[in-house]
Design a protein around this ligand. Structure first.
Ligand code: SF4
Length: 368
């Protein structure tokens, strides 16, 4: 039975345990059209054929598209390139008309749009317009926010009315002091107010969506607040908490941030060097199942490509379609490079792909 559960967990292709995934799909409003299902079958089969044959076979589109509303952020989180100033690419906001054009070409094939990458999505004032458009296509829509921009009841109701299926709040503390240690410049009380505002609006409009999730990066400085967070989540009618292990880039950061519990750390750290715990295989599911469109139209392999260093083309170039980029030589060469020697690509040695254990522990508040 535990073996079967583990297999089912892996089938969700995400950090979610099977049970949570089912619960999510029962909550979301998605159109399961035959075109969408057939696309999924094609890409799923071609992904596995590629893995077995060690060739790059790509049929269909990625079911999951990450779209970056903006790479601008109001906070200065020390390990985020958007907040700490390390990001070299130019800053800007996604034009909703460009987004609609992309949806008009592939929206009928894909399942899910994740409205985030780098930056705070709500800084783009057109975020909800884009969500609404994606919902007209019957897509599952998600966003992830630091919770500083839903400032009125009317705005909370607009979020609900947009049809957004899932919203993640990054909240790594249960008081201003611990919260702002990482969310530098953030206002803890404002986030708490926003949570309450959104929950009330859901009740008022009698809506099951968006599913509200708190994402708590477990650091050394907040590890003692886990029970407290669960209580806060219950009080604010949050649906789910994801206690997520942190990504660090150096031994110094490991020393400063990693918590004590080995369960909540994804690295082996010996005081000198830091490396992911699991064996890195020459493989990446995301090169078939996901793709990332940055605010300026550049198409990256995944969210770990913070500076669009590996971008395969620009979707806003009138001469090309997403389909052209998805199968172009650059994308295929990248797939080949990962399948040949993933460790030769810097970002691919410090990402979550292929982790044996999920990188977040999920707590469903309704089950408590
Ligand atoms: S960084 Fe990870 S997820 Fe991204 S392409 Fe490389 S292996 Fe895949």
């Amino acid at each position: 039975m535990p073996g079967l559960l583990k297999l089912l967990d892996q089938l969700t292709l995400s950090i979610l345990p099977f049970k949570s995934a089912i619960r999510s799909y029962q909550t979301y409003n998605i159109s399961y059209t035959s075109r969408r299902i057939w696309n999924f079958i094609k890409i799923f089969i071609s992904m596995h054929l590629s893995r077995i044959s060690r060739r790059q076979i790509v049929w269909g589109f990625p079911p999951l598209l990450m779209v970056e509303p903006t790479n601008i952020c109001n906070l200065k989180c020390p390990m985020c390139p958007s907040g700490n100033g390390d990001m070299a690419r130019s800053k800007g906001k996604l034009d909703p008309d460009h987004f609609k054009k992309v949806m008009d070409t592939i929206g009928d094939y894909i399942f899910q749009v994740q409205f985030w990458n780098q930056g705070e999505p709500f800084i783009n004032k057109s975020l909800l317009e884009m969500v609404r458009y994606a919902k007209t296509k019957g897509l599952m829509t998600l966003t992830s926010t630091n919770g500083h921009y839903i400032r009125t009841d009317a705005m909370a109701e607009e979020v609900i009315a947009s049809g957004l299926d899932h919203i993640i709040f990054s909240m790594d503390g249960t008081n201003q002091e611990t919260y702002e240690k990482y969310r530098v410049g953030g206002d803890y009380n404002l986030v708490i107010e926003t949570l309450g505002r959104l929950s009330r609006a859901k009740e008022k409009l009698n809506s099951k969506t968006p599913l509200i999730e708190l994402q708590f990066l477990v650091f050394k400085h907040n590890q003692s607040e886990i029970d407290n967070l669960i209580q806060i989540a219950k009080n604010h009618k949050v649906n789910r908490i994801a206690f997520k292990s942190v990504q660090v880039y150096s031994a110094d950061q490991a020393e400063e941030y990693l918590p004590d519990s080995d369960d909540l750390i994804r690295y082996n750290y010996n005081g000198q060097s830091v490396a992911v715990k699991w064996k890195i295989k020459n493989w990446c599911r995301r090169l078939w199942m996901n793709s990332t469109i940055n605010w300026d139209g550049s198409v990256s392999p995944c969210c770990f490509d913070k500076d669009a260093e590996y971008a395969f083309g620009n979707i806003f170039d009138n001469q090309v379609t997403f389909s052209d980029i998805w199968r172009n030589q650059k994308y295929m060469k990248f797939r080949k490079a990962v399948m040949k020697d993933r460790k030769s690509i810097g970002m691919c040695t410090n990402c979550t792909e292929g982790m044996e254990e999920p990188y977040a522990r999920i707590v469903e508040i309704d089950d408590l």
